[in-house]
Design a protein around this ligand. Structure first.
Ligand SMILES: *Cc1c(COP(=O)(O)O)cnc(C)c1O
Length: 413
């Protein structure tokens, strides 16, 4: 990046340091991943210069013939990837995708039924400081205290009692496969619409290792940058009957011009996910999560629900007398990046909860497999046991920098 270096050395320097951080450490944040070089290149194109309010063939600006090609390819590919009737690829992020659906089917004050943030839901599922909690009336379901699985009796009871207009399935911190059909049954019974927010596990759906919500949900929303491994962005899928209203909600409802460079990067990502090698990546993510979970369990950590069947696990670190934030900081010093997280029925506060969330998508993209997860798990356990031993954490950091050199980051090396 020779021009950036001379024009703005402060930003160039920060980018270089971040690139180093991403290559030398073990990236275990469950919502992160590494895009391909092709996705990075598309995101860095002159398409960022173009205004394209409207949709392909119906724009409010001239000169849109090439960005029309780009957006049409993105829409066609994501529809093919998930078998959906209609796709809107303009939402800037997962939150915008959710907002677009809410604007399509809800009026202010309407009731929504979604997963509790403290049990693994997302901010946009009705958290009181989020627009979703301010504009609508959220009712929350959670997981059972004994096995930490979604409590479908509670979902049905709350749905019958509160008659929500929209039921939301999907989560940010739930380590088990979600039974979308069961949600659809409840929605049908009470006359609610169903939205599935597959932001976290879209890559697993695309790769065929998680059941698809597309046939049973009225709307499916997602990010493109988590397990799906595209640029930081979002999209919505729905049936043809909702297409026109959804498109209007995105533009002019909540957004102006789409980020066409990011739409291009999404098209590249969807193209990659359509390739025959993508299911193997998705399967490997889950295999790696299972392998890592085994190591952590055998080292004395408690896992929410006792394990995982997707790309993430929730570790209760109070089982080894740490807090989530102490654990996060200790791991950070060892070159292992995770995030602290509330666990269901947490007795501690959000800023210093009982858990950490660990995901395997990014390391899987670097080519790591079950054998490597044993080493990664040993470093995690070691760092947690030596959380206040600076010398040991520094030694781990060196070992990890050495180790990760064998697993090049796509597009960085
Ligand atoms: C990550 C996430 C989102 C929002 O994504 P952003 O792109 O950060 O706005 C929405 N829903 C769920 C369940 C998520 O995990």
């Amino acid at each position: 990046m020779p021009d950036l270096k001379t024009a703005d050395s402060a930003i160039w320097d920060a980018v270089c340091r971040e690139r180093e951080r991403q290559t030398e450490g073990l990236e275990l944040i469950a919502s992160e991943n590494y895009t391909s070089r092709a996705v990075l290149e598309a995101a860095g194109t002159v398409l960022t210069n173009k205004y394209a309010e409207g949709y392909p063939g119906r724009r409010y600006y001239g000169g849109c013939e090439h960005v029309d090609t780009v957006e049409q390819l993105a829409r066609d590919r994501v529809r093919r990837l998930f078998g959906a009737e209609h796709a809107n690829v303009q939402p800037h992020s997962g939150s915008q995708a959710n907002m677009a659906v809410y604007m399509t089917v809800l009026n202010p004050g309407d009731t929504i039924l979604a997963m509790d943030l403290a049990h693994g839901g997302h901010l946009t599922h009705g958290m009181h400081l989020n627009f979703s909690g301010k504009l609508y009336r959220p009712i929350h379901y959670g997981v059972r205290p004994n096995d930490h699985r979604i409590d479908f009796d509670q979902v049905a009871t709350l749905a019958r009692e509160h008659r929500p207009r929209l039921i939301i399935a999907g989560a940010s911190a739930y380590p088990r496969e979600i039974d979308h059909a069961k949600f659809a049954d409840v929605a049908r019974e009470v006359g609610a619409l169903l939205m599935v927010d597959m932001a976290h596990y879209a890559g697993l759906v695309a790769g065929g290792v998680h059941n698809s919500p597309v046939s049973c949900a009225d709307f499916v929303t997602s990010t493109s940058h988590k397990t799906l491994r595209g640029p930081r962005s979002g999209f919505v899928l729905c049936r043809e009957e909702h297409a026109k209203n959804l498109d209007r909600s995105v533009f002019p409802g909540i957004q102006g011009g789409p980020l066409m460079h990011i739409v291009a990067a999404k098209a590249v990502c969807f193209g990659e996910a359509l390739r025959p090698d993508f299911p193997a990546y998705a399967r490997q993510i889950v295999e790696n999560a299972r392998a890592l979970a085994e190591v952590l369990l055998s080292g004395g950590l408690r896992l929410v629900s006792g394990g995982t069947d997707n790309h993430l696990m929730m570790c209760d670190v109070t089982a080894i007398d740490l807090s989530g934030s102490v654990a996060e900081k200790a791991l950070d010093r060892a070159g292992i990046t995770v995030n602290k997280n509330m666990i269901p029925y947490d007795q501690r506060k959000p800023m210093d909860p009982s858990g950490i969330r660990i995901g395997t998508a990014a390391l899987t993209t670097r080519g790591m497999q079950a054998d490597e997860m044993k080493r990664v798990g040993a470093w995690i356990l070691g760092a947690l046991r030596h959380a206040d031993d600076e010398a040991t954490l520094r030694r781990f950091r060196g070992e990890i920098a050495e180790f990760t050199r064998n697993f090049p980051v796509p597009g960085i090396g």
